[in-house]
Design a protein around this ligand. Structure first.
Ligand code: ATP
Ligand code: MG
Length: 439
């Protein structure tokens, strides 16, 4: 006790861990998912230590339902696998085990002991390889934040705390383990994780942890685009995207992420649009309704597309080809840093390129648009544009009414045909049966 006190006063790393009983933290083994509890029990019966660790412990202590349960153990992958009927070893650099149990996949990792001094790094301090097994204490030290380094032992209902995570959790404080500057350099994604966790869990980023982010922000550019995309998606779909983006701005991390987010947020019209899109997304996530990442990314980048589109039209390009090239331009810039998947960009393009078609509210064009496979998403997008004041509200109202109207009412709503005859004739052939009947 005295020794620990002296070490703390001297600012030294805690020696060993605090093992805190249930009376100190209130977490019961009953709160675990049965599969996670079972995996721990099996490992323990096999003679190994087994803890629930990371996000799950943190979330449970905060009274939030965890997304998944990670288990940490002193057993090696080849010792873990035979204990379970359905288990596979995955990962090449650092091997871990996926145990399939009761429809769930539980991830079981052996304690990791990367020595950050010995690890191979790039010239900015980013760790390139760390793949050695280690002790529980080492495993705790290589985790990012104190609140993410809590181990819950279902057998004893004790929480093992090496870095004061429990105290930080009680104060709703996010603190980096070790020297924040070094830890961000090792893995710049930790900056994004700090923002996401703070936004999602309403935590304050402790000053020393927050301090270096602004100046280290450019290191984000060195993170592989696919990983950046994954992290950004997690952030946007956290149910607290608005709060997270506010945090991103506050800590000075928004530049270079969605490279153009900065610009977007500075345009008054764009800001309103993005804010609305994020609020809508958060609402859906919290209500456990499905959210389309394509819709969200399309929204985040729309005002960039608009700006590029307008610039091209000003230079004399025709509207539709100009929109096509504007979309290419924006997506190329984005994907260089943030690898938005192809499936997503295809949908984003569809939604964007349908927007000008909403302006044509005459006969066959209106029916054709209504039949388009992405109509619903494109219409929701139009509604967002109207709500942000970008297009007249009357547009959206017309399309809303048109969708739900019967054939006769639809017919009466149509505006007179204004397009040149030639194109009208060419497209008439493709008219869907229902539409030609109504026409
Ligand atoms: P989420 O609720 O999003 O799942 P999480 O904290 O569980 O949050 P995961 O990506 O599932 O995030 O990671 C599990 C654990 O692994 C973390 O709690 C943390 O201990 C550790 N970890 C994850 N990413 C890093 C990182 N970049 N650096 C250090 N430790 C990390
Ligand atoms: Mg997790």
């Amino acid at each position: 006790m005295i020794k620990r006190f002296i070490r703390r006063v001297l600012g030294l790393q805690a020696e060993g861990a605090l093992r805190l009983g249930r009376d100190k933290h209130g977490l019961s083994r009953d709160a675990l998912h049965p599969s996670a509890a079972k995996v721990c029990a099996v490992l323990r019966d096999g003679g190994f230590a087994a803890y629930v660790v990371g996000g799950a412990v943190r979330d449970l202590l905060l009274g939030i339902e965890p997304k998944d349960f990670d288990i940490a153990t002193d057993a090696r992958p080849e010792q873990i696998k035979p204990l379970f009927r359905r288990a596979i070893i995955i990962g090449r650099r650092f091997r871990l085990v996926h145990v399939m149990m009761g429809g769930e996949t539980v991830e079981v990792s052996t304690f990791r002991g990367a020595d950050p001094h010995a690890a191979e790094k790039d010239e900015h301090g980013r760790v390139l390889h760390d793949n050695v097994f280690g002790t529980q204490e080492q495993d705790a030290r290589r985790r990012d934040f104190t609140i993410n380094a809590l181990y819950f032992d279902p057998a004893t209902e004790e929480v093992v705390d090496f870095h004061g995570g429990l105290a930080d959790l009680k104060k709703r404080r996010l603190s980096m383990i070790g020297d924040p500057d070094t830890r961000y350099r090792e893995d710049p994604v930790r900056m994004l994780r700090a923002v996401r966790l703070a936004g999602k869990l309403a935590l304050t980023i402790e000053p020393a942890t927050r301090g270096p982010i602004r100046s280290l922000a450019p290191l984000i550019e060195r993170v592989p685009p696919a990983r950046l995309f994954d992290e950004m998606l997690k952030l946007l779909l956290s149910g607290h995207a608005s709060a997270c983006l506010r945090q991103l701005r506050d800590v000075g991390l928004h530049q270079g992420l969605l490279p153009l987010l900065d610009v977007i947020l500075e345009q008054p019209l764009g800001e309103r649009f993005v804010t609305l899109a994020l609020a809508q997304t958060d609402e859906r996530v919290l209500a456990e309704r499905p959210v389309s990442p394509a819709f969200l990314f399309a929204a985040l980048l729309w005002h960039e597309v608009l700006a590029a589109w307008k610039a091209r039209q000003k230079r004399g390009e025709r509207p539709i080809p100009a929109l096509e090239t504007a979309m290419d331009e924006v997506l190329d810039t984005q994907c260089a840093k943030l690898a938005i998947t192809r499936k997503l960009t295809a949908t984003m393009r569809e939604v964007w390129s349908m927007q000008p078609r909403f302006e044509m509210r005459s006969g066959q064009r209106a029916y054709r648009l209504l039949e388009a496979p992405r109509f619903r998403m494109a219409y929701d997008f139009l509604a967002l544009r109207a709500a942000s004041g970008e297009v007249p509200a009357e547009f959206e109202a017309w399309w809303r009414a048109f969708q739900s109207a019967d054939a006769e009412a639809r017919q009466a709503m149509l505006l007179p045909e204004t397009a040149p005859r030639k194109r009208r004739r060419r497209r008439r052939k493709k008219l869907p049966a229902a539409a030609s009947q109504a026409a």
